[in-house]
Design a protein around this ligand. Sequence first.
Ligand code: NAD
Length: 252
Amino acid sequence: PGSPRVALVTGTSSGIGAAVVKTLCDLGHQVLAVDFNPAGETVAEASGAAFFQADLTDAEACRAAVGDAVKRFGHVDILVNNAGIQHVESIESFPEAKWRQIIDLMLTAPFLLTQAAWPYMREGQWGRIINIASVHAQVASPGKAAYISAKHGLIGLTKTAALEGGEHGITANALCPAYVRTPLVDNQIADQARMHGMGEQEVIEKVMLKNAAVKRLIDPSEVASLVAYLASDQAGAVTGSSWNIDLGWTAQ
Ligand code: NAD
């Protein structure tokens, strides 16, 4: 247990973001959950978090989200950049608009949110920036050019924020999970099952867990536990690093 802090978490209406909100609320932090899906309000309230609706591909909306946290709670100490989407298509036909949407949401929004939250973290000489990257920030797979580029870029942003934040008590770290059981992955399982003419269980075992030493999907709460550690006072010496939660995928 550390002191209660103010946290802003993005992409909170389902999956990893919803689990992170719940974990941070359970630890006694004041949490603002930010999502473009209005259904996120009910999810946030169930955990005891406040909710702000924003499409984070819009720069003004990013700044407004931080503004809302400051208006409600006075400052921001913890920023969890989690909102993300996927689009699978080969480079040759990958739509430019999709590329831009993914880069805006998954690379530019984390930058703008970091920039907007920075003065409050600097003022308090304490900050935690936690970027939910992916195993696809470390290795590539075909068909995911925009996602993989955004996630690799997010590691660069994480390292830069760590270097600039050191003297202000601000740490920045990235998490790199392999497949987590969330709606984002459930949709991919269904698509791949259709594509390969396989059952869903077969897709999980033969396609998604092909490179995994531990043959199961990750639970969102397992990712949230690591976020809780990185957000703690205890983790003040940990910065600029990427944390693989990847079932052993990148061990080979
Ligand atoms: P999810 O689809 O369950 O949640 C994503 C959230 O982002 C949703 O609440 C959605 O409404 C929100 N969102 C989407 N577009 C938005 C926008 N324009 N503005 C604001 N919010 C928006 O997905 P998830 O699996 O929980 O993924 C969360 C993060 O974890 C993503 O960054 C994803 O890349 C990353 N990740 C997921 C996995 C996995 O296997 N599920 C693995 C590695 C990394």
